[in-house]
Design a protein around this ligand. Structure first.
Ligand SMILES: Nc1ncnc2c1ncn2[C@@H]1O[C@H](COP(=O)(O)OP(=O)(O)OP(=O)(O)O)[C@@H](O)[C@H]1O
Length: 262
């Protein structure tokens, strides 16, 4: 299959171990192009580790994955097609908001005029115009988050990985974020969205995957996940989440707390 026809994300038995700890176990999944994929799981389930593998920041122990049709072992081929908002966005305190975004655009080889236009429009959208000339060291957490998101999608990647994109945002900014994600998806960007805020996923996701202790324990569109398998009765996404992620009696995680080297 050529990269142009390939799904946005395809993984096969993707596994990551840190010493005795298995962070992600045999993850096999497909995310179609243009979809918003809600990636859920309790703390420590392996979401960040999965995103770090898919964005080529950490190497899998075993298994394979392709993003935008390129193997994640081929970092140079993958990175032009992806954007990543990690939990702590990589931004420089000593730059102004605008300088940071211009720097990010430069790293992506965006032509200056195009970059400037996109930066203006995203600063406007996120209500950052008046602060764009201030140094980031004086920014609040929410303002930093906005800069982090803007730089993740500035180059209009095929696939954007967003880890808790509404973190630190006030209600108005959180709404802007949700609207922005919906707009990007309308323009065929695939959004891989990890968050603990279930209403955000309920509102935006076309497909949801739930990870528990490194394993994908549920997958489907929101309506299917919310309908009880046995009776078809509707329940909230929170109820569905709690049910599929609950500890099995006598179950063990197989995880150890020992730290290890990546
Ligand atoms: N560099 C590392 N070294 C050792 N263990 C790690 C490392 N990174 C992650 N882990 C372990 O892997 C497991 C999965 O962690 P991960 O950060 O991927 O979870 P998460 O689902 O993103 O959690 P959260 O919702 O709390 O952000 C945890 O047991 C964690 O302790």
């Amino acid at each position: 299959m050529s990269p142009a026809d390939a799904p946005a994300i395809e993984t096969d038995a993707l596994t990551k171990r840190y010493g005795e700890t298995t962070a992600v176990t045999g993850l096999t999944m497909t995310v179609e192009r243009g979809a918003v994929y809600g990636f859920l799981g309790p703390n420590g389930a392996g979401k960040t580790t999965t995103m770090r593998m898919l964005t080529t920041l950490t190497r899998p122990t075993s298994g394979t994955a392709h993003v935008a049709g390129h193997s994640i072992t081929d970092r140079e081929s993958v990175t032009p097609h992806i954007g990543y908002l990690p939990e702590e966005p990589p931004i420089y305190d000593e730059l102004t908001g605008r300088e940071q975004l211009e720097y990010a655009a430069g790293l992506r080889d965006l032509p200056e005029a195009e970059a400037s236009e996109r930066i203006d429009s995203l600063l406007e959208r996120f209500d950052l115009v008046d602060d764009a000339h201030r140094r980031i060291e004086g920014y609040s957490k929410g303002m930093r988050q906005k800069v982090g998101v803007i730089q993740a999608v500035l180059h209009e990647p095929a696939v954007a990985f967003l880890d808790e994109p509404t973190s630190g945002l006030d209600p108005r900014a959180a709404r802007t974020m949700r609207e922005t994600i919906a707009d990007l998806a309308d323009r065929e960007m695939t959004i891989f969205l990890s968050t603990h805020i279930l209403p955000v996923v309920d509102e935006l996701a076309d497909e949801i995957g739930v990870l528990r202790e490194g394993e994908l324990v549920a997958q489907g569109d929101p309506e299917t996940l919310k309908s009880r398998a046995e009776t078809g009765e509707a329940r909230s996404l929170e109820d569905a989440f709690l049910e599929v992620t609950q500890e099995t009696p006598g179950g063990e995680s197989g995880r150890s707390a020992e730290p290890s080297i990546d």
